[in-house]
Design a protein around this ligand. Structure first.
Ligand code: SAH
Length: 397
């Protein structure tokens, strides 16, 4: 089978810099590289050797990126069409086992978490949304489309390659149809609830699939006529789960189109949106003077930290909203607070929420600390892939 490797070139690491690759970490930084032998273009698959000439693996080369090689394999195996087909199949097998019943939307491929650096594929019913974030994967786009078509027979494949990481790889944002009729708003089932997802225009690839399990958790906790405040509600996911259990919900988001879709999602699930509140507002301002206190508050903000240099400012942002939310929860009530920033690790997030609780001057218990769901797996050798942190807290006086 035709190789996808550049067999003329090879990357040689500096002495003493092989440890990370021997530990199966998929990133080779520019500073670890001694030299590149032979001609080699950005995006090509090249072998990587230690200073002692031991083969460490093969991966996508990118001379523009600080992450100079993204390793695909740590063995001496051919990288060809069959290699990628096998990796994608393995990713699909996991989802076949783990995705809950009555659910037609999930992440099928999660980049390094599925040993496919730079490829994300989300499924929304018959439609696939793909995100290519490494130069190597972007160059293999036609092959990936062919494999996805063969394995999944989708009605459409739509590209949503956006976000700040693209620039570091020398890629430009792309939003385009890769196969089939360009999709519009599609309807999905999640735990038997119905949601409309705007694949071409919505945030991320259309829906925050990574919050599926947390949404179900809130559905379980919201039974009874409780007042629930859903901050950063997007298209109302958490609110729909809670409202179906009888909660009176308030959804706050800065995006009017997201709130319009939230109302539609209420209607789709047999709920009357008129009985609930949808507030287009900045959460930072809303939480300073909310009209009431709540039995349950959800805080699911966007990633405040896109770069390490923003960490301090972002930490203040997280602390502020958490302090305000802890103050607004009724005694005995719950706060589900999340962070999806890569640079805020689990420990730091807990410290931030600790400070917020201290400043709010209330008692707080941690009831659960869920992470990302199994269709967003973390490669154990690539801890950077763990990004979603959640704390379920009980607040009382
Ligand atoms: N919990 C949602 C996903 C939240 S995504 C779900 O389950 O689907 C984050 C949301 O925060 C986006 O919809 C974005 O429009 C909104 N947002 C970002 N900054 C905001 C701000 N300062 N105030 C209100 N909403 C904001």
């Amino acid at each position: 089978m035709e190789t996808l490797e550049n067999q003329q070139a090879r990357v040689i690491l500096k002495k003493g810099r092989a440890k990370s690759a021997l530990n199966r970490h998929p990133w080779i930084f520019s500073g670890a590289i001694d030299r590149v032998e032979g001609e080699c273009e950005g995006g090509e698959v090249v072998p990587v050797y230690s200073a002692e000439k031991r083969l460490l693996g093969k991966g996508f080369f990118n001379p523009r990126s600080q992450i100079r090689v993204r390793l695909l394999s740590f063995e001496d195996q051919p990288v060809n069409r069959e290699f990628f087909r096998r990796k994608i199949r393995q990713a699909l097998e996991l989802r076949e086992k783990l995705i809950p019943a009555h659910t037609t939307a999930c992440r099928l491929v999660h980049s390094e978490g599925d040993f496919l650096p730079g490829l994300v594929v989300d499924r929304y019913g018959e439609v696939l949304a793909a995100h290519f974030s490494s130069l190597g994967m972007a160059k293999l786009k036609p092959l990936m489309v062919e494999i996805l078509k063969e394995l999944l027979r989708p009605a459409a494949i739509f590209e949503r390659s956006e976000g700040s990481a693209l620039r570091e790889e020398g890629l430009t944002p792309l939003k385009q149809s890769l196969w089939g009729e360009p999709p519009g708003v599609v309807e999905i089932l999640e735990n038997n609830l119905r949601f409309r997802v705007d694949v071409p225009e919505g945030q991320k690839t259309g829906f925050y699939l990574d919050q599926r399990d947390n949404r179900r958790l809130i559905g379980e906790l919201a039974a009874g006529s409780q007042a629930l405040l859903n901050c950063f509600s997007y298209t109302g996911g958490f609110s729909v789960y809670a409202a179906l259990q009888g909660a009176a919900t308030t959804s706050v988001d800065a995006s009017e189109p997201a709130l319009a879709l939230a109302r539609e999602n209420f209607g789709l699930n047999g709920l009357n949106p008129e009985g609930h509140r949808f507030v287009p507002a900045n959460v930072f301002e809303f939480l300073r003077e909310p009209p009431e206190t709540y039995d349950i508050i959800i805080l699911d903000p966007p990633a405040f930290v896109k770069h390490r240099k923003d960490l301090e400012k972002a930490a203040r942002g997280y602390k502020d909203i958490n302090r305000l939310a802890i103050k607004q929860v009724k005694s005995g009530g719950l706060l589900l607070t999340c962070s999806c920033s890569h640079f805020v690790n689990r420990d730091l997030f807990r410290k931030i929420v600790f400070s917020a609780a201290q400043e709010a001057g209330r008692n707080v218990q941690i009831l659960a600390q869920p992470g990302q769901p199994p269709d967003h797996p973390v490669n154990i050798f690539h801890p950077e892939g763990e990004y979603l942190k959640t704390l379920l807290l009980r607040v009382f006086d």
